[in-house]
Design a protein around this ligand. Structure first.
Ligand code: SAH
Length: 254
């Protein structure tokens, strides 16, 4: 792929790449101003990009739940990434959101959401609010979302963006997700979007019997696990290898 591109460029005069770059920049600049004017008119200028994201990256890779696909089609992911990388919001990758944290790749958000098998009347806990995007996708699907973030400024920005996107069913907490949210437990489902080294048993204690938890576990080699709470214990199903930021311990626990 790369060598093909290099060969292609070498066949042209030396100023050719500069010309391509200049043209690309003016094209992107034009796209940008078109988006800005659409925004001013109250339209969502990213509808087509979001549709392409859902069909290629998400449905194209096997996510089938129509409610999850509809939520991914609807939630404005670009609101949850920093301004300077907004034009990359619908790409097939995670993106930096500051404080060494990332917003997950769209496919992973959709895949993890689908694994929770949400029917529409659940109360869901998310650990690792980050940008707030995953919380917004959950808020599109269920009536109550509780989300915990350990880095306060991320939680503050996430809340602002979720409100801007029009959601009123997300409860925010700044604190240590290992402790969960006991006053709001038991939850029908729990999604953890940072990786603990071991299965977080305290959080399983906050799931109702029959409830599901999805969690990436491990340090270097992480595995996405689907846990189902039983009467006395729980079952664990390995889903796929993943790479998430670590779920850190709060200072008071150290
Ligand atoms: N769900 C997020 C992605 C989160 S990245 C999104 O949609 O953008 C993981 C987040 O988990 C980071 O913001 C990190 O600060 C947070 N985190 C790490 N350890 C935590 C802990 N113990 N409790 C709560 N949040 C934690």
């Amino acid at each position: 792929m790369k060598s093909h591109f290099e060969k292609h460029v070498l066949r042209h005069p030396p100023w050719y790449p500069i010309l391509i770059t200049a043209t690309l920049f003016s094209f992107l600049g034009c796209q940008q101003s078109r988006r800005e004017s659409a925004m001013q008119q109250g339209e969502d200028p990213y509808v087509r990009q979001r549709h392409a994201m859902v069909s290629k990256q998400i449905a194209g890779r096997g996510v089938k739940d129509p409610r999850v696909l509809a939520a991914m089609e609807k939630v404005p992911r670009h609101l949850f990434v920093p301004d300077n990388i907004r034009s990359h919001a619908y790409e097939d990758s995670p993106l930096p959101i500051g404080y060494n944290q990332t917003i997950s790749q769209p496919y992973i958000v959709a895949y993890m959401t689908e694994q929770l098998v949400l029917e529409g009347d659940e109360r869901v806990l998310e650990v690792g609010t980050g940008s707030g995007y995953q919380a917004a996708v959950l808020a599109e699907l269920v009536p109550e979302v509780y989300t915990i973030e350990i880095i306060e400024p991320l939680s503050v920005t996430a809340r602002e963006q979720i409100e801007k996107a029009g959601f009123e069913n997300v409860h925010f907490r700044v604190g240590d997700g290992y402790l969960g949210w006991p006053e709001a437990a038991p939850f029908d489902a729990i999604m953890i979007t940072a990786a603990p080294r071991q299965i977080p048993e305290t959080l399983i204690g906050q799931l109702r019997v029959g409830g599901r938890m999805i969690v990436p576990v491990g340090q270097w080699h992480q595995e996405l696990l689907l846990i189902t709470k039983k009467e006395k214990d729980y079952s664990v199903k390995k889903l796929l290898p993943v790479r998430f930021v670590p779920m850190v311990r709060s200072r008071s626990d150290e």
